[in-house]
Design a protein around this ligand. Structure first.
Ligand code: SF4
Length: 224
């Protein structure tokens, strides 16, 4: 109960700093899937650039079904891990085609969250974060994606159990935060992770929510 209260207080404080994010449904869930695969282990800038190039070269995802992964990799080189991501993207699109008979993920909208998650996880290269992003951003399903920023910041704030994995963190945050807040809090935790709560040398001295932070209380304030 106390933890839920803390999570709400953190969410309110983040909202005061960064504003409330309104969910914009991505019209093409397949775009979200491809873009999220491209975003794995790289910066937003690099992955957006790679996505733009991919769209330019293959304006219709159907053109990728029989594409040579080596050629796809050369198009998305700027996104990092290009060979792996090219194979994953081509494989994911083929899997969708086999399963749905078309390049559409709309059938996931009718599935319960757990079933839709399992289906996405059955695609090679799709992990819990990618599945959660597709389900939240494109279908508005109640899932709380946990990337490296969300994991680190919510851990430091004391919202997670000490050794929570990313998967565990997702379950814990989903239990603490009201569903209608998932989208906004997810984005604001990421923003806070970039601006203040960096992996190395977090800027606790200027952090607007330090009063709510366990790390600050136990590590920074406790220093002699
Ligand atoms: S006080 Fe420091 S550790 Fe805590 S949320 Fe702010 S920047 Fe992160």
């Amino acid at each position: 109960m106390a933890l839920r209260k803390n999570a709400n207080a953190v969410n309110s404080a983040l909202t005061s700093v960064y504003g409330r994010r309104s969910r914009r449904i991505n019209s093409d869930p397949l775009d979200t899937l491809v873009e999220t695969i491209l975003s794995q282990n790289t910066s937003d800038l690099n992955s957006h650039r790679a996505f733009g190039r991919l769209k330019e070269r293959y304006p219709d995802w159907g053109l990728l079904l029989d594409a040579d992964p080596l050629e796809v990799a050369s198009v998305i080189r700027s996104g990092g891990l290009a060979d792996i991501k090219a194979r994953r993207i081509v494989g994911a699109l083929n899997r969708v085609m086999e399963e749905a008979g078309s390049l559409k993920l709309g059938f996931l909208s009718k599935m319960p969250k757990r079933e839709a998650t399992e289906w996405l996880l059955s695609i090679d290269g799709v992990g819990p974060k990618t599945a959660a992003i597709v389900l939240l951003f494109s279908f508005g399903k109640p899932v709380f994606p946990v990337d490296t920023h969300v994991h680190r910041v919510s851990g430091r704030l004391g919202l997670l159990s000490p050794r929570a994995t990313r998967e565990g963190a997702q379950q814990e945050l989903e239990a603490l935060v009201p569903e209608e807040e998932y989208y906004s809090m997810h984005l604001n935790l990421i923003e806070h992770g970039r601006r203040r709560c960096r992996a190395m040398n977090p800027l606790c001295d200027v952090c607007e929510i330090s009063r709510l932070c366990t790390y600050h209380r136990t590590s920074v304030m406790a220093q002699p």
